[in-house]
Design a protein around this ligand. Structure first.
Ligand code: FAD
Length: 349
């Protein structure tokens, strides 16, 4: 007892009443709004209406004013725009310093970030700078007694933890793509537009972006988070060479290639394609699980897919309990047949 003590600064009392509205930090990628931004807006509207506050969007970037209409038509009440040439590409230092300035100026009650690569980098920076709490990877958000109840899996997915942040504002969370419903388009909404002046001291930046080099198509393929169809392979694929069977079917269906963590850990496919609790949450129209047993950690990442098709040689595999269609057999025999048949059918149409 007493071997370790943590000394914390005494926190000043915060006047919580001056913090209003539910904000989302929108993400633009390759000149388009990422769908996760609309998903966050859908949740923000719900939370804001319960709190009788406004749902607001924070848009950062270069030349992003053109995106305001899309957020307005999906029901945003206010859109804050921070434009600057230095915000053209995401960079931790510029984005976090601009956002911390804006949060300190406008005092939002809640700020939601996408749990994307950028959002997962940005939100903790902002939280640490402003000495706030942050709940990562929330799968549920609601209001209880006026506070944001942030729900996320804990202890390897064995429990769902509810987290609140009673003493500081804003309350902040990151939310995985494909977990929340997108805010629907509604006619006749006119969001208030607020242009926020941005100052960036270009000389003081430690890192300058000279060029953005994207991975090759072979490396990246279609991102699983954004695909309508995903063909996923697990340990049952057997070896790295056999993953070509998954890729061949994916190519015919114009689908993304996904994987279980076992396949990723075996080095058969990059981590970016992993589906599940410690990978991506996906919600495609069709999810084809090949040689994947269906553990809870995989299922949480894909069970909201519209149609699940499982190929597994074990008729008792757990995945079949969640699949709409199941094929019992060896994927090394089934996949080439399926690919060939679909190729033929699709070329006839
Ligand atoms: C904290 C934590 C986080 C995790 N996060 C994730 C995550 O994000 N995503 C994830 O996927 N897992 C995750 N896991 C790991 C998870 O528990 C499982 O270990 C993993 O999902 C198993 O992958 P798998 O289904 O490919 O392999 P296995 O469970 O080994 O299943 C292989 C399946 O292939 C079938 N099979 C074998 N050969 C063939 C064949 N020739 N033809 C057809 N079928 C065949 C077998 O019958 C079996 O059902 C996590 C675990 C922990 C503890």
């Amino acid at each position: 007892m007493g071997a370790i003590t943590i000394q914390r600064k005494k926190r000043e009392e915060v006047d919580l009443s001056k913090y209003q509205d539910v904000w989302i930090v929108a993400e633009i990628k390759d000149g388009n709004i990422r769908n996760v931004s609309f998903e966050l807006l859908g949740k923000a509207k719900e939370l804001a209406s319960e709190l009788q506050q406004k749902a607001c969007v924070l848009l950062l970037g270069d030349n992003v004013k053109k995106f305001t209409q899309e957020f307005s038509s999906r029901g945003a009440n206010k859109i804050y725009i921070a434009e600057h040439g230095a915000l053209k590409d995401y960079y931790t230092e510029t984005y976090s310093s601009v956002i911390t300035g804006i949060i300190s100026k406008y005092n939002p009650n809640i700020v939601l970030y996408p749990a994307t690569i950028n959002g997962r980098d940005l939100a903790p920076r902002v939280a640490a700078t402003l000495e706030l709490g942050l709940t990562a990877d929330c799968t549920g958000l609601s209001i209880r007694d006026g506070l944001l109840l942030q729900t996320r899996p804990a202890f390897g997915g064995n429990i769902m933890a509810d987290i609140i942040c009673p003493a500081t504002r804003p309350q902040m969370a990151t939310v995985r793509p494909n977990v929340m419903e997108m805010a629907p388009i509604q006619d006749g909404n006119n969001a208030e537009i607020i242009e926020v002046p941005v100052k960036v001291d270009l000389q003081s930046l430690k890192v300058k972006t000279k060029e953005v080099i994207r991975g090759t198509a072979a490396e990246c393929g279609i991102p699983v988070c954004e695909a309508d169809t995903i063909v996923s392979g697990g340990r049952g694929v057997g070896n790295k060479e056999n993953f070509k069977l998954i890729e061949d079917l994916a190519n015919v269906l114009n689908a993304a290639v996904g994987a279980s963590r076992a396949a990723v850990d075996l080095g058969w496919i990059p981590k970016s394609q992993q589906v599940g609790q410690s990978g991506n949450t996906v919600s495609p129209k069709i999810y084809i699980a090949c040689g994947i047993s269906g553990t809870i950690q995989h299922l949480v990442g894909m069970k909201s897919s519209d149609i699940i098709i499982a190929i597994n040689k074990d008729p008792n595999a757990a995945i079949f309990q969640f699949a709409n269609y199941g094929i019992v057999g060896d994927l090394c025999e089934i996949l080439p047949l399926l690919t060939k048949t679909l190729e033929k059918k699709l070329s006839e149409n």
